[in-house]
Design a protein around this ligand. Structure first.
Ligand code: FAD
Length: 318
């Protein structure tokens, strides 16, 4: 059966793999320039900086089995077992940054980047996705993995309903700063990660200490309250505020280069009780981190569960 997956983030890529494994013909569309969605890594000069997800943990046996294959393939490595509190749970990172996990998962899949799914329509037997260049793709089933408000606008275009509790899920915003430094003589202690270090930031990550960056570089994420209060300001002003707030952490090092970053849909404020949601015909399924938990593990497990649910509906409909 022909399946379209909207979104080449972790959820969409895990779903696509599961569907291909089940013999379906899958195409993944993503509006972004790079693969990975919120698994995002940027190069600035010699530095490599994660600017979305910073690390991940593993709680379930199902996710552990996938992570083991990534460890075996050298795609991820353990960063540490905690930050201020060493709690013993491994924190993993992509070996060349978090986007390397998405690049690994994208191998062998038909992933089309720079491709916005603009609208959906439904016939008695099929779904039709219209892309932003007007090209039309017909399919037997669809998985939408965009943040809920974006999936809702696609469903709205097809005159399809979504439960009000689902469409009410809201997301925290994150304002971030990427800073390349001239030395590692900064104030972020070993192992190079600090959670809620002060009243502006929710996380500071040392990309060199993580093992992904040749040059010293820090990623700063402002907390949800600060991000909301400053989100609509001019980007230059946000950049200036973030540099000022980050200054105490630079220590004796100097900023060589820096960039601000905005995430409108960073983390869902609440999650749906089930790992996916499907339309009554079972042929359109929603997945992502708003379902199985607001982190990478939740996104991955939701994508897998959505793919299994869609495969079952397609099988039953045959
Ligand atoms: C700043 C920040 C820090 C984080 N830190 C951590 C962390 O340390 N640990 C952790 O576990 N998690 C963290 N997370 C959360 C983690 O990144 C997410 O839970 C996970 O990556 C979500 O994956 P997803 O596939 O559900 O969604 P996404 O990665 O958002 O993928 C959805 C994709 O859909 C695409 N899309 C949307 N609409 C359309 C359309 N109409 N047509 C085509 N494509 C479309 C988007 O471009 C996007 O690529 C963080 C997130 C952010 C933003």
């Amino acid at each position: 059966m022909r399946v379209i997956v909207v979104g080449a983030g972790l959820s969409g890529l895990m779903a696509a793999h599961e569907l291909v494994r089940n013999g379906h013909d899958v195409v993944v569309f993503d509006k972004g320039r790079g693969i990975g969605g919120r698994l995002a890594t940027r190069r600035i000069e010699d530095a490599t900086l994660d600017h979305g997800a910073q690390f991940f943990t593993v709680r379930s046996d199902e996710f552990a089995a996938h992570v083991q294959t990534w460890l075996d393939a050298g795609v991820v490595h353990e960063w540490c077992k905690g930050f201020a509190d060493i709690d013993g749970h491994p924190r993993y990172v992509g070996t060349k940054g978090m986007s390397s996990i998405a690049k690994h998962l994208g191998q062998g899949l038909d992933v089309r980047l720079n491709t916005l799914v603009f609208s959906l329509t439904r016939t008695d037997t099929h779904y039709v996705a219209t892309l932003d260049d007007g090209v039309v793709h017909e399919c037997d089933g669809l998985i939408l993995t965009a943040p809920i408000p974006q999936s809702f606008s696609l469903m709205f275009s097809a005159d399809m309903e979504m439960p009000v509790e689902l469409r009410s899920i809201d997301y925290d915003r994150t304002l971030g700063l990427l800073a390349v430094l001239n030395s590692s003589d900064h104030n972020v202690p070993t192992p190079g990660g600090m959670q809620f270090p002060d009243d502006v930031f929710s996380f500071i990550g040392d990309n060199h200490a993580k093992g992904i960056s040749a040059s010293p570089s820090l990623t700063f994420h402002a907390n949800p309250e600060w991000s909301l209060a400053h989100f609509d300001k001019d980007l230059d002003e946000i950049h200036e505020f973030l540099l000022a707030a980050a200054a105490p952490w630079f220590g004796n090092s100097t900023v060589v280069s820096s960039q601000p970053k905005k995430w409108r849909f960073a983390t869902p404020k609440s999650t749906w009780a089930d790992p996916y949601w499907a339309t009554p015909d079972g042929r359109l399924v929603l997945a992502g981190d708003a379902f199985a938990g607001p982190k990478m593990e939740g996104a991955a497990l939701s994508g897998l569960a959505a793919a299994r649910a869609l495969a079952a509906s397609l099988r039953d409909g045959c």
